[in-house]
Design a protein. Structure first.
Length: 273
């Protein structure tokens, strides 16, 4: 699973833990770094004295927001994730402050933009396009510093080999960071986050950080969105298509989301902070 699914699992597992405070919880498959800091979350091979409860990541065989699969597409069902009780450790906070100091950003207000999306699962249909991200950055940087935290290396997850090939953004501070937990710790110090739908928007919900989330047309907030006021969603395209191959519907939906729209929303938010 991806980081977003790890975060959604933690939200579900936390509800089970509330009902079983003396037990430990596992997913039956693996242990994610997203769950660090919770001693009640264990690896599947835990053999300690506490009762062990399995909370599967695929209840009924699919993830919580997936009804099934069609030809080259995902068939969705509505689902509201529970914000994950994500923990940023003292060491991670310290390292985040050190990095900001290295880039002369310590104490400076900034927003995070995240143009990096997976090249797997939903293909390019979640990619807003680097040109749009650059235009948004140009607009935002006139009022506030912009930070982009770029994965420095490719990763392998259940969706396949994920590569992050986006260019460096002009008019932004580009920070290379392979450790996603350190990247999240840096993001936690921002005024707001702009991102495509995925792991970063689930993290923002977990820490109640204002987030502006670009959905496009391939997936809808009814599947992975939160009702909390901290998040603003950009979805265009009637019904989400779920296409796993490049899709004209998704391309048109992304084209309808303009950088100035998001810029105006972000600036209105941070002016009120």
């Amino acid at each position: 699973m991806g980081l977003g699914d790890d975060m959604m699992w933690l939200g579900e597992a936390a509800e089970v833990h509330k009902q079983n405070p003396d037990a430990v919880i596992h997913d039956g498959r693996e242990y994610s770094p997203m769950w660090k800091g919770h001693d009640w979350v264990v690896a599947p091979d835990y053999n300690g004295p506490k009762k062990k409860i399995k909370v599967p990541r695929k209840p009924g065989g699919n993830r919580w927001y997936i009804e099934g699969w069609g030809p080259g597409k995902i068939i969705y069902k509505n689902y509201e994730p529970k914000p994950a009780p994500y923990i940023i450790t003292n060491e991670e906070h310290k390292r985040a402050h050190e990095i900001l100091k290295e880039y002369n950003l310590e104490g400076e207000p900034f927003v995070v933009v995240n143009p990096d999306t997976k090249n797997t699962t939903l293909s390019i249909n979640k990619d807003w396009g680097f040109k749009n991200w650059q235009q948004l950055t140009n607009l935002l940087s006139k009022r506030i510093k912009v930070v982009r935290i770029k994965p420095g290396a490719s990763i392998q997850d259940v969706s396949g080999h994920v590569e992050y090939k986006q260019k460096m953004l002009d008019n932004a501070t580009n920070i290379l960071e392979d450790n996603v937990r350190i990247a999240f710790a840096i993001m936690s110090l921002s005024k707001a986050i702009v991102t495509s739908e995925g792991g970063v928007h689930h993290f923002a919900a977990a820490i109640k950080k204002p987030a502006f989330v670009i959905y496009g047309g391939v997936i809808h907030p009814d599947q992975t969105g939160y009702r909390a006021r901290e998040q603003t969603y950009y979805f265009v395209g009637d019904k989400p298509c779920g296409s796993q191959t490049p899709c004209a519907h998704c391309k048109d939906a992304m084209a309808a989301i303009k950088p100035y729209m998001i810029n105006d929303d972000v600036l209105e938010e941070i002016d009120g902070i």
